[in-house]
Every structure is written in structure tokens, then in C-alpha cells.
Design a protein. Structure first.
Length: 455
């Protein structure tokens, strides 16, 4: 029985709830549950460890429903836009959120009339070596995210390059982009520069095509934030041999003041769905803090092999990156193993297709590389089409389905930097929609992941 105990953390013991365990945006269904679409009869509300079959997070006989503790706020299906007020915006700077037809999933934010707050001083990059102390708020940040938060506008390639070359040091020692900082540590920062963008011809056909493409995948846009529906197969950032990526495309959206939209989180190349982008330095700083404090709520949909015995479960492991030949994988590690990071995922079975396939809804509490893919493979139900982690022998893909990764960043709910909440939902990508049609799965079915605890 959990009762008065705080959230579970590695190592066990009684924990007191800190600020990141309070007042988060609730994951609520954006439309009313359809008639007859009830919860599956065999899906209880208690989340269990899929390996131990032991129920967790129960209070007085009821499952702890951290994400469902707020009152439901449904948006009725209609062809006419519905206008609602952002509840937490100051009256003098009220902003209106216009929600389009429920089936479109698009929102448009009308910014406050007074944009004086948006006039921020340009970021000053160091022209000489600096030694800065890591603050308490920055403790636990990755080294590369630390630089991005301190100096918004730095390109990903430049950040990675100065760390890799040893120009960035922590307490006098070389470091890696993924290493986590601790409060009080000293970071050596070399002279930095903004990468000079290649000369662009205003209004060129290529730029117009890129803008049109970005508009076509936009789920939400306002003065500060952009939510894109990233297609499967499109890289978020550049790398070895990758020249076409979303980060590069955002260059066409650079404004007259030289500001360009910047990424605040990432998705794997083969994962489709919601990707949050900050359009201003103010939004970048606010959203980076939101992700660092785990205040962003994310839901993924996946099609996996087999049917989990535990219908709703919690997977808690340590993950460690391991290099194999010309690729790297995340493997399950032991507690205390050097370089291993704790990872927690909640999952719920939404619907099954015989004993062969299951539609799962996933909620990652942590955001480790390949976390969902490694976790589902660990419990014996790898994601269909996963080229790295699917290793079931003699398993055949059902006819008519494409052998592509069936993983979608379905929904993201985050506090808006200026008040209110951003709640965006991405539709199934074409290859997953094809599979859903083939298997007779309905996207309007009730998603039990909303009953998952927050931690």
C-alpha cells in the first residue's frame, strides 16, 4: 500500500514529493468517449510490474490515478471552432486559444497584444574562455542541454563539436554530451559562435517548398511555440551522412531579428508524431525547464508483438548505451553500473488482435534514448517493425502490413510559457493507419493510459 508515501525512486525508501511532483497538466481526452467505447473489461485501473504481476500504486483499494485527478474537460465534436480562455493567463495579458474542428487536431494561439515582454536582449556569446558554476536548477542537466539552455541559438553541430574536442570541461576534465552535471561543478566554456547560415535567396522556390512542408505538418502554432507532426523517416537533427533534417528546415523560419525556431526535445528518426519547437528564446528557456522538471506529459502509441499478461504495467529498469559494430543500442543494465540511467515507462493495452498483436499506449516518465523500444523488447513484446530491438525468431509480419517502426508520439501536454496549456495530438502515420485498418482497430477507443500514475 502506498498511502502517504511519496513517489517511487531508485533505491526505495520514503520520499517527500518535490516541486516536480505537483500541479502538472492532466492528460485528458480531447473529445468525449464515443458511445459504446467503454474500458476493456479485463483492463483494471491498477498498474503492475509486468514481470512480478504485483499491483502497485494502490490507495485504499483504488488505483492511484495521478493523470486523471483533474476534472475532465471535453471538447465536443463540431465543424465550428470553439473559443476558450487560457485559465492561468493574467487578465491584462489574456490570450485566446482557438480550437478548430475536433478531427483536425489543430490549434492556433492568439498572442497578447502587449508584446513588450517578448523583446529580449540578444544572447551574448563568450569571446574568451569562461568558467561558470552549475546552479541548483541546472543540476542533473546533460552537458549539451546545459550549453543550449545557457546560449539559445547554438547549433547542435557546434555544441557537439566543442564538447567532443575537449574544449568544454567539467571540473577540469573532459566530458561527453550525455554526461549529467551536478550543482556546484565548474564548467569551462570556450569562445562560442553562432554558425553562419548559408546565403539564402529570399523567396527562393526551395525555401517556399520547405515552408509549405512545415505548414502541412503543423499541429499547433502561436507566437512562441510550434508543434509539428514529424513524419516517420525524417531525422530531427543532422549527423553523419544526414543532410535533410527538421532542424535544418527550421532555418527558413528565421525572423527579421535573426531568431530561428529551436528544438527543445527530440524524437528518433523512425518515430512519427508530436515534436515541440520553441520560436523564441523566452519559450526555449521555459520549455527546456519544463522538460528538465518532467512537467511535460507525453503519450505514445505502439503496435507490439504478442499480448502482455499484465494489461496495465510499470516497467522500471536501468539503461546503458552499448556499441555494436556500426551501431549503438540501449541494453538493460544493473543498478550502480557505470553510465547506466534509470528509466520508467507505464503502458496499457488498448486493444488486441488475437494472440499475435497488441495496440499499446505508453507513457514514459523519463526520457532516455530508445527507452520505449528497449523496454518493450525487455518484457518480451517488441514494437513491430523495430530494426534494432525486434529479435523474436520465426515471427512473421502479417500480410498487408509494412515492416516499419509502429511507434507514434501520439500526444503532448505542456504548460504554455505564457500561461495555459498546450495539448496537441498527432494522427496515425500512413503505415500505422494501414495496419489499424487491416486489424480493425478504432482510434476512437478509450485510452486507459490516462489512469497511469505520474511517477
Amino acid at each position: 500500500m502506498r498511502r502517504d508515501r511519496g513517489p517511487r525512486q531508485p533505491g526505495g525508501g520514503k520520499q517527500t514529493a518535490g516541486p516536480r511532483h505537483r500541479a502538472r497538466p492532466a492528460l485528458r481526452h480531447s473529445e468525449a468517449r464515443p458511445q459504446g467505447a467503454a474500458k476493456p473489461a479485463d483492463a483494471g485501473s491498477s498498474y503492475q510490474d509486468p514481470k512480478s504481476h504485483k499491483a502497485e500504486f494502490r490507495r485504499g483499494g483504488r488505483a492511484h490515478t495521478g493523470l486523471g485527478r483533474h476534472a475532465h474537460s471535453h471538447v465536443a465534436k463540431s465543424d465550428k471552432p470553439v473559443s476558450v480562455r487560457a485559465a492561468t493567463v493574467h487578465p491584462s495579458k489574456a490570450a485566446e486559444l482557438v480550437i478548430g474542428p475536433a478531427t483536425s487536431g489543430r490549434t492556433r494561439w492568439r498572442p497578447p497584444q502587449d508584446d513588450g515582454e517578448r523583446k529580449l536582449a540578444p544572447v551574448t556569446l563568450p569571446t574568451a574562455v569562461q568558467n561558470v558554476a552549475v546552479t541548483a536548477d541546472e543540476g542533473g542537466m546533460r552537458v549539451d542541454r546545459f550549453l543550449e539552455a545557457r546560449f539559445p541559438g547554438l547549433s547542435f553541430s557546434h555544441t557537439q563539436r566543442v564538447i567532443r574536442k575537449g574544449e568544454v570541461r567539467v571540473n577540469g576534465k573532459r566530458t561527453q554530451p550525455k554526461n549529467r552535471l551536478e550543482a556546484g561543478q565548474t564548467v569551462r566554456i570556450p569562445p562560442l559562435r553562432l554558425d553562419q547560415s548559408k546565403p539564402r535567396t529570399p523567396g527562393s522556390e526551395a525555401d517556399e517548398q520547405t515552408r509549405a512542408f512545415l505548414r502541412s505538418i503543423t499541429l499547433h502554432e502561436d507566437a512562441d511555440v510550434l508543434v509539428l507532426n514529424k513524419p516517420m523517416g525524417l531525422a530531427v537533427q543532422g549527423g553523419s551522412g544526414t543532410t535533410r533534417h527538421l532542424d535544418g528546415m527550421l532555418e527558413v523560419l528565421r525572423d527579421s531579428h535573426g531568431q530561428r525556431p529551436r528544438l527543445v526535445h527530440r524524437l528518433d528518426k523512425d518515430t512519427a508524431g508530436c515534436l515541440l519547437v520553441a520560436k523564441t528564446r523566452f519559450a526555449a528557456a521555459a520549455l527546456t525547464k519544463t522538460f528538465r522538471s518532467r512537467s511535460a506529459r507525453k503519450v505514445y502509441w505502439a503496435l507490439v508483438a504478442g499480448v502482455p499478461k499484465v494489461q496495465q504495467g510499470r516497467i522500471s529498469t536501468y539503461l546503458l548505451k552499448e556499441k555494436r559494430e556500426d551501431e549503438s543500442l540501449m541494453r538493460i543494465a544493473k543498478h550502480g553500473e557505470k553510465g547506466a540511467s534509470h528509466a520508467v515507462t507505464y503502458y496499457a493495452v488498448v486493444e488486441t488482435s488475437g494472440p499475435l498483436l497488441s495496440w499499446l499506449s505508453l507513457k514514459p516518465v523519463t526520457g532516455r534514448t530508445h527507452q520505449l523500444r528497449a523496454h518493450m523488447a525487455h518484457v518480451g513484446h517488441p514494437i513491430v517493425g523495430d530494426p534494432k530491438y525486434f529479435s523474436i525468431e520465426n515471427w512473421q509480419l502479417p500480410g498487408g502490413m509494412q515492416n516499419k517502426l509502429h511507434l507514434l508520439a501520439r500526444r503532448i501536454v505542456v504548460p504554455h510559457p505564457r500561461g495555459g496549456v498546450i495539448d496537441a495530438t498527432a494522427p496515425l502515420p500512413p503505415h500505422m493507419q494501414q495496419s489499424w485498418n487491416l486489424l480493425g482497430l478504432e482510434t476512437t477507443r478509450y485510452d486507459p493510459i490516462v489512469d497511469a500514475p505520474e511517477e
